[in-house]
Design a protein around this ligand. Structure first.
Ligand code: XMP
Length: 328
């Protein structure tokens, strides 16, 4: 892939020019392809002078934090700190059911936790005689740039989910955005050339507020456990069936209703899981994915049998528009 190879060489050189021989850079990673590719480029360019921070917000997928940590830290040897702030996030989410409020709480708490950690790293770095942190890495892509510029009309308030800007207001850091001219497919090609595993390169996008917006109603540790377990089974079965890459995004949502079920001669009242899977290239419009019924059957019976508190599974057959990809 000569275009991508030369892009990587040029970008690494450009980062070195900007940061200089002794500059320090901080950046958040999530385990997604964009932030991982960006972090890997930084690592190649400036080694341990790039400080990555992974914030555990308590609403990532099952075992996700551990998996991401072991991959980035142990495998890619990125200088990474994991901050477990799940209690902080979950306590602030207590009693909140409005999705936009959830987004705000998670966004603001994320900035707070990230800044605290960046300040701590900065202090340690200076103590050891190195320079202050001057730069912030962001894995912004070209469509994010466009969206944040054009996100001023009424559509801006449909859902507030842009990642650009926020962090900068409080920290006087200069931005480094190595991916800001690239589209997603180009970032994936970068990932390939940088030898990242396919599992990571083709990972479905995952929203910043995580499963908090896929739990309809209050986010409690119990609800997080149910949503995580169901989602894990769903994705596992999709992968087993070899359909993961055909689907652009899939997840399990936990609905805030109690459905009636029957167990022996007793009625039960338990929760409902809604499965969502869509095909799309740009995420602006999307079609619901037409699963073979045998696969839905298997997923449904596994979720109902294995996830305590769920007695009903439904499949979402709504396209975007008018439905959105996320329920919330
Ligand atoms: P919708 O639901 O608007 O989603 O059709 C389109 C894409 O955006 C993702 N999404 C989010 N991403 N924070 C994010 O980082 C958010 O709050 C958020 N809400 C939606 C969604 O997963 C889909 O890929």
């Amino acid at each position: 892939d000569p275009f991508i190879e030369s892009f990587i060489d040029k970008e690494i050189e450009r980062i070195r020019q900007i940061v200089g021989k002794d500059g320090e850079v901080v950046g958040a990673v999530s385990g997604g392809v964009d932030s991982t590719v960006a972090a890997k480029l930084m690592k190649e360019a400036i080694g341990d002078r790039f400080h990555a921070i992974l914030v555990d917000n308590g609403v990532m997928r099952l075992n996700e934090c551990t998996t991401v940590n072991s991959y980035l830290h142990s495998h890619l040897k990125i200088n990474l700190r994991v901050v477990d702030a799940s209690d902080k996030f979950l306590s602030r989410l207590k009693g909140v059911t409005d999705p936009e409020k959830k987004r705000k709480i998670i966004g603001n708490t994320f900035i707070e936790v990230f800044e605290e950690e960046a300040a701590r790293i900065d202090k340690e770095t200076r103590k050891s005689g190195r320079k202050s942190i001057e730069y912030l890495l962001q894995g912004t892509l070209y469509p994010d740039v466009i969206e944040s510029v054009s996100f001023k009309g009424p559509s801006a308030v449909i859902k507030t989910h842009h990642n650009v800007g926020g962090l900068l207001q409080d920290m006087k850091l200069k931005l480094i955005e190595p991916l800001r001219e690239l589209f997603k497919d180009e970032v994936r090609r970068l990932g390939k050339v940088l030898s990242l595993p396919d599992d990571l390169i083709y990972r479905h996008p995952f929203p910043g507020p995580g499963i908090a917006i896929r739990i309809l109603g209050e986010v409690t540790p119990e609800q997080v456990a149910i949503a995580r377990a169901a989602d894990h089974i769903y994705i596992e079965e999709i992968k087993k069936a070899g359909l993961y890459r055909e689907i652009a995004q899939a997840y399990a949502a936990l609905l805030p209703v109690k459905a009636v079920g029957v167990m022996g001669d007793k009625r039960t009242y338990e929760q409902v899981i809604a499965l969502r899977a869509v095909e799309t290239t740009d995420f602006m419009t999307a079609d619901w994915y037409d699963f073979p019924h045998t696969i839905l059957k298997k997923i449904s019976s596994r979720i109902i049998n294995e996830v305590k508190g769920v007695n009903r599974v439904v499949y979402d057959i709504s396209s975007k528009p008018p439905a959105t990809i996320e329920w919330y």
